[in-house]
Design a protein around this ligand. Structure first.
Ligand code: ASP
Length: 336
């Protein structure tokens, strides 16, 4: 009897040690988010870095709070978190959206829930303050999945969403970024706009799990700086930039959109989990760091499954990301 007790105690001790070694962020997550690829390490001032961290933390806390209501859904958390990031000039979404080559802001967003796989998206909107809210309205108040341009704007106006003058999206940092690209183009022989300038990336996205076990994902962006007008990236495309499936996972992506569309990245990660039973981390790594990387597509994705396992994969130097669990402690990371 005495020996059995000792054996039991030893077993319990080793179980605790294993639980402590396990990266906690991989489990019990209720909300994860990203703020895009961001800047390589060392390019942000301490102050800028602090502002980005605190906005990501605020978005996590606001999103988690939205989950506390009894009737709250993962969609509520995704929308609430993304709105915080859209309202900040620091991210390439909403207020901080990048400019097209012609000097306008054209915003894209999408949202999806994993139980019935309902989805909504808007593309190329110029006057909707929070495109993620418009994407949700398309999902809940129309019989369509995606509305673009003027049609999306009229729909958002009729749905009672906040409408702003296009000048609301003008920020000095984004304008200077476009100017740099224009200068680089005129001083080079290339006929293409220069790529990868400072601040180019910064799309935002969120994935959430509610108490009913339902997943949701959303993504919002200004697209890629210096993009051709009318260009639509992966962010509003269900299966490319965003996907949610309770039987698989919730995914939000960021990166060079054309590659994410061609490789159906969000859906591909979900399919690897659903049909090959890969854990979130392995599924995300395989698509982002093998398939996409080999093809030359840079970017990353955040993934959450219905058990609360969260992972962020990226083939870039960093990915602004954060997650929060039932303990309510926001966790934020910017680089590798
Ligand atoms: N994926 C976005 C797009 O291509 C850009 C980004 O994530 O930074 O529009």
């Amino acid at each position: 009897m005495h020996t059995i007790r000792i054996l039991l105690a030893l077993l319990m001790l080793s179980a605790t040690a294993a639980a402590e070694e396990k990266p906690w962020h991989a489990s019990d997550v209720v909300l994860g988010l990203h703020g895009g690829i961001g800047q390589p390490p060392g390019e942000l001032s301490k102050e800028e870095e602090q502002q980005i961290r605190s906005t990501l933390e605020e978005a996590l806390l606001v999103g988690r709070k939205a989950l506390e209501e009894k009737s709250a859904t993962s969609l509520d958390a995704v929308e609430a978190a993304i709105r915080v990031l859209e309202d900040s000039p620091r991210f390439n979404a909403g207020k901080g959206a990048v400019f097209t080559w012609e000097g306008r802001n054209e915003l894209d967003a999408s949202i999806m829930e994993g139980r019935q796989k309902r989805a909504g998206a808007v593309a190329g909107v110029t006057i909707v303050k929070n495109p993620i809210a418009a994407a949700r309205a398309v999902m809940e108040k129309s019989k369509h999945v995606m509305l673009a341009g003027r049609g999306a704007e009229v729909f958002a106006t009729d749905a009672g969403l906040e409408i702003v003058d296009p000048s609301y999206f003008w920020t000095k940092a984004r304008w200077e970024q476009l100017e740099e690209q224009r200068k680089a183009k005129s001083s080079s022989s290339s006929s293409q706009p220069a790529r990868k300038s400072k601040h180019e990336w910064g799309t935002v996205g969120a994935v959430a799990l509610d108490r009913h076990g339902n997943l949701a994902a959303g993504t919002s962006t200004g697209g890629m700086s210096g993009k051709r007008f009318g260009r639509v990236g992966d962010s509003p495309i269900i299966g490319a930039g965003t996907y949610a499936d309770n039987a698989g996972c919730a995914v939000s992506c960021t990166g060079h959109g054309e590659y994410f569309i061609r490789f159906s990245v969000a859906h591909e990660i979900n399919a690897l989990m659903k049909y090959q039973h890969l854990p979130v981390e392995a599924a995300a790594e395989q698509v982002i760091n093998q398939t996409l990387k080999k093809a030359g597509g840079s970017g990353g994705a955040i993934v959450l499954d219905a058990r609360g396992s969260f992972s962020a994969a990226f083939n870039t130097e960093g990915l602004y990301r954060g997650w929060i669990g039932r303990d309510g402690e926001p966790q934020v990371r910017l680089y590798q």
